[in-house]
Write a protein that binds this ligand. Structure first.
Ligand SMILES: [Ca+2]
Ligand SMILES: [Ca+2]
Length: 549
């Protein structure tokens, strides 16, 4: 039991997780792991369990049979005739095999390394090969690929319990960068009816044009995403061209291919089901798109370097999932619902901008709109067409939602009684001379970071209650030969002790409550040619307690 050679265990788990992350497989050292259960067939004839079959194996088997040495490195490997006992017939076969009189028992793996596009065999790759059974793995050796002499391994178990992992350790010249699109490994097994497996590792050179557009398409958000899964690409004979490539653009030579997608996302999404409610919704909002059943993958033909279609897998929400929005339109002073505000709800205002409802608010209920399928940034916009007399309201409110999860997204429209409203003015100061500069573009963002309004410094405007960030439009400032500065003061105390300052992005946070801002909104610029040293002096002069860290 003590002379069992060390082997790797748990490599399967390691490979799986690394592949899922699209990460480079670490070069697992065979010495790091010990195969706890040695009663696993790894290589027919490898009696002493050193990873290869040779004369030493016959010697050890002979000693065992003569009872000179009671140990076998791996008795399963020694049972070449596969009859459950170790006897002289196993030794006879092994001897004849070593003399070339008998073919090796078990399967044969032939490995080539070739360019993806030309099929030309490549020199310079080192490949480490491991066998995997269950959660354990065992090394079969490292090989340098030579185009004159493909890598061949005999004596392998061929049952479907056994898989073989090829890890590419060194890359041929000019195949360094693109190989990152690969998973750095291939996991293969023998076909049921054959004890020979030919594998070509196909590599994409740095210069290869990625001629296939691919990815996943999230139709709830209307955008492509590469993080939702991994492609497996095979040709019509089942040969692997890519085993686990991040769903993105890739390269293929002319031919017929099948592409499957392995889901690799935590998002509550599913492949588009053509019979779902969501599919009917898509047909309505994207009338020019055609959708096909992709549940069994996508077939493409590449001819003259061009595919007959793109490879995008369509995703939608899980069946019976949708979102709803509620619209809460209330008096900012009394918090009571306001009757008679006229609103229009627009879906996907930045994309297909579909009007989904015209509503008039009432004093009894919050408005609810359900069965909504749009997610992402600015999924919905409510345009405030008209409010009862005496109220000031925002022109529109947008809402973003993360995913379609039967969530309720609340749209809040506070109406400010005119007599309660105080006008808000953003002041922009030139720190070089401490004078206010009017007419500088300022963007007002709400707490969800949606652009709420664009104003000019010095010009009064009205804001509904809520938290906001005012930010200098730095392009506009630059056009006027200024640079925007950030002077962030302690938010908790609003003490005029500025904690740090930086160039390029002048921002200030403030809150509006009952139509009244909680503090004056001051932003800072400097003349464009002001040096960093000058700036520091200006800040120290104005604010001696400023912390420059
Ligand atoms: Ca051996
Ligand atoms: Ca036997």
């Amino acid at each position: 039991m003590n002379n069992f050679r060390k082997a790797k265990a748990l490599l399967t788990a390691l490979l799986t997780s690394a592949v899922a992350l699209g990460a480079q497989i670490p070069s697992a050292s065979a010495e790091e792991y010990v195969l706890e259960n040695p009663d696993i067939l790894t290589l027919f004839g490898d009696v002493n369990f050193d990873g290869s079959v040779g004369l030493a194996d016959a010697v050890q088997l002979n000693k065992f049979l003569l009872a000179e040495n009671g140990d076998l490195g791996n008795w399963k490997n020694a049972d070449i005739a596969e009859d459950g006992t170790i006897d002289v017939f196993d030794l006879i076969y092994l001897r004849r095999q070593l003399l070339g009189e008998k073919p090796p028992v078990g399967g044969t793996l032939n490995i080539n390394v070739a360019d993806m596009m030309t099929g030309e065999l490549l020199e310079g790759a080192d490949i480490t090969i491991s066998g995997v059974i269950g959660q354990s793995s065992f090394p079969l050796g490292s090989f340098h690929f030579d185009p004159e002499d493909e890598i061949t391994i005999h004596g392998l178990p061929t049952s479907d319990k056994y898989k073989y992992v090829l890890e590419i350790k060194n890359l041929p010249d000019n195949y360094g960068n693109r190989f990152g699109g690969w998973d750095h490994s291939l996991k293969i097994g023998f076909d049921e009816d054959s004890d020979t497996k030919d594998v070509t590792v196909r590599m994409v050179s740095d210069e290869t044009e990625l001629n296939i557009d691919g990815g996943c398409f999230d139709w709830t958000k209307g955008n492509a995403d590469t993080s939702y899964g991994l492609f497996t690409v095979t040709n019509k004979d089942g040969e692997i061209f890519y085993q686990n490539i991040r769903a993105n653009d890739f390269a293929l030579p002319d031919g017929d291919y099948h592409i499957d997608l392995k889901r690799d996302t935590e998002y509550p999404l599913t492949f588009l089901d053509l019979d779902s409610e969501f599919a009917k919704y898509l047909a309505d909002v994207y009338p020019d798109e055609t959708f096909t059943d992709q549940s069994k993958g996508i077939d493409i033909t590449v001819k003259d370097g061009k595919p007959d279609k793109d490879v995008f897998f369509d995703f939608g929400p899980i069946d019976n999932f949708s979102n709803k929005i509620t619209i809460n339109c209330f008096d900012a002073d009394t918090y009571e619902l306001v009757e008679g505000a006229e609103l229009t709800v627009i879906e996907a205002p930045d994309a297909y901008a579909k009007k989904i409802a015209d509503v008039v608010t009432n004093a009894d209920d919050i408005i609810t709109i359900d069965s909504l399928y749009r997610a992402g940034d600015n999924a919905y916009k409510v345009i405030v067409n008209k409010v009862p007399e005496g109220y000031i309201a925002p022109d529109e409110v947008t809402i973003s939602s993360y995913n379609i999860t039967n969530a309720t997204n609340e749209i809040i429209i506070p109406l400010i009684p005119e007599e309660k409203a105080e006008e808000v003015t953003v002041k922009v100061h030139n720190i070089s001379n401490n004078k206010e500069v009017d007419g500088i573009g300022v963007k007002i963002y709400d707490m969800d970071n949606n652009l709420f309004a664009e104003v000019k410094s010095g010009e009064p405007f009205v804001l509904t209650d809520g938290g906001y960030t005012a930010e200098i439009d730095s392009d506009n400032a630059a056009e006027k030969n200024f640079q925007a500065l950030s002077l962030i003061r302690s938010v908790e105390t609003f003490d005029p002790k500025y904690t740090w300052w930086t160039q390029n992005h002048g921002t200030s946070m403030f809150k509006v409550s009952g139509g009244i801002p909680d503090h004056s909104i001051d932003l800072y610029i400097a003349d464009a040619d002001t040096t960093a040293e000058e700036l520091e002096n200006y800040v120290k002069e104005l604010y001696p307690t400023a912390n420059m860290d």
